[in-house]
Write a protein that binds this ligand. Structure first.
Ligand SMILES: [Zn+2]
Length: 170
């Protein structure tokens, strides 16, 4: 089980990373993993909303970068498949039993119920590094406490640095 530590920085702040692979921790990985995130995640389905993309380049060995991006891609695909399954295969069976005013909410609830197992698995078995972009801030999520701490220190000049919600920049 690997719960991640979230370091939150302003979205406008260009994040600096320690010169170590975000996946395996090796020094001087010489390459980067390009992590592009929309607001594509389970909250996208809850809020029915898609924000602008956010890109971050994190140091990673070539092999680790591939693994990380492959897992992210697979996860997005699984989310889309599960939600599509819920809305196209399961929903038609319930549709007529739900009053029209509640249909939008029922659809969201159904989609969420179908992707819930995936959300639980992803929280318990977090990827070594991930990003979640919000309107004006970004969560950088690390499973390595040490890496998260080094990252936070390197970015102390940002308008704020929050670790798991606590502002530590003061
Ligand atoms: Zn690596």
């Amino acid at each position: 089980m690997a719960m991640s530590i979230d370091v939150n920085l302003p979205r406008s702040h260009p994040a600096r990373f320690p010169d170590r692979c975000v996946v395996c921790g090796r020094d001087g990985p010489q390459s980067h993993a390009r992590i592009v995130t929309g607001t594509l995640g389970w909250w996208t389905w809850v809020l029915w909303w898609w924000g602008g993309p956010f890109m971050v380049k994190a140091p990673a060995c070539p092999g680790c970068a591939w693994k990380l991006q492959g897992k992210r891609g697979a996860s997005v695909l699984v989310t889309i498949l599960l939600a599509a399954l819920a809305l196209f295969l399961v929903w038609p069976w319930f549709k007529d039993t739900v009053p029209p005013v509640l249909r939008r909410w029922a659809m969201m609830g159904l989609a969420l119920a179908c992707i819930l197992p995936q959300i639980v698995i992803e929280v318990l078995y977090a990827r070594p590094f991930d990003v979640t972009a919000f309107a004006d801030s970004v969560d950088y999520e690390f499973t390595s406490h040490l890496y998260a701490a080094e990252f936070a220190v390197l970015n102390m000049d940002a308008a704020w640095v929050k670790i798991d919600g606590d502002d530590v920049s003061g």
